[in-house]
Ligand binder design. Structure first.
Ligand code: LP5
Ligand code: MN
Length: 250
């Protein structure tokens, strides 16, 4: 790393999530690579708040050419001095140390409180806030259980990939039968998170409903930023000492 380059980085933190990178959506992948060499190239840090990949079945999936290309692109960004932070989503909760070594990214626990230029900010993927989606929360508890993960990772790669494809199909079918409101965050879960962590700002993705929500929790003004997905356009949140703004790409 080069100290001069690090000093030149702008004191700005960018947040992205829900890119769902896959060889089947080359336009999104290209948009991401352009983002790395433009908006993300000169900032202090990049936070990836989950669902970076369409599905991650274990770090041996780094053998996939797209996965390797993405890891190398992140490594090039971190080599410029940009700190890259990664949080699990519901699609890629199996990202682990080998991916971090290949990409130069640091894996964050969820939830995580980041100090953004003096303002403590709660970071989450967002799925844990969707407490009305009871079936999903049950499923989440199962796949986040370390014993379940050890057993799953023992299966051959091709079998894990087939299971992930099957699960994705099931998820799409099941979502068609769910009311849209149960797939959004639950207001009580949001208020409880602000209360528990004593913060006034939260950033998350998952719901694909980009927005800034102002709310009052126990008499304290708070804000909740929701990140966009990258299916059609994509975008990011940029935060600095003056606050945050959502930037949509075209
Ligand atoms: O992802 P998205 O936004 O479409 O939907 C999510 C919830 N769905 C999921 C599943 C993911 O899409 C697929 C994850 C792939 C991970 C690969 C590694 C692990 C492989 C494990 C193989 C067993 O997270 C969806 C939510 C939605 O967000 C909105 O919040 O509603 O939740 C579901 O659809 C889950 C169902 O409600 C309940 C799960 C039924 C499980 C049936 C088991 C079938 C096993 C299939 C064979 C493997
Ligand atoms: Mn998600």
């Amino acid at each position: 790393m080069n100290a001069v380059a690090i000093e030149a980085l702008a004191p700005v933190s960018l947040f992205i999530s829900d890119l769902h990178l896959t060889a089947e959506r080359p336009a999104t992948n290209d948009r991401f690579f352009r983002f790395l060499s433009s908006a993300a190239a000169g900032v202090a840090e990049l936070y990836i708040l989950g669902d970076f990949f369409e599905a991650w079945v274990g770090d041996d999936a780094l053998a996939d050419p797209l996965h390797a290309e993405v890891a190398a692109a992140l490594r090039a960004l971190s080599a410029r001095g940009v700190r890259v932070h990664l949080m699990h989503g519901n699609r890629d909760f199996l990202l682990a140390e080998a991916f971090c070594r290949a990409s130069g990214a640091e894996l964050l626990p969820e939830p995580f409180i980041a100090d953004l230029y003096g303002q403590p900010t709660l970071l989450m993927h967002g799925d844990a806030l969707c407490t009305d989606d009871v079936d999903y929360q049950h499923f989440r508890r199962m796949v986040r259980d370390p014993a379940w993960q050890v057993a799953f990772l023992r299966r051959p790669l091709a079998e894990r990939e087939a299971l992930a494809r099957e699960l994705r199909n099931r998820s799409e079918q099941i979502k068609g039968d769910k009311r849209p409101e149960i797939m959004d965050v639950n207001a009580e879960a949001v208020a409880a998170a602000f209360r528990r962590h004593g913060v006034q700002r939260m950033i998350h993705g998952h719901t694909h409903r980009p927005a800034r929500h102002g709310l009052v929790v126990d008499g304290v003004a708070c804000e909740r930023w929701v990140l966009p997905d990258w299916y059609e356009t994509g975008g990011y949140l940029a935060c600095d000492a003056t606050g945050c703004r959502l930037v949509m790409l075209d």
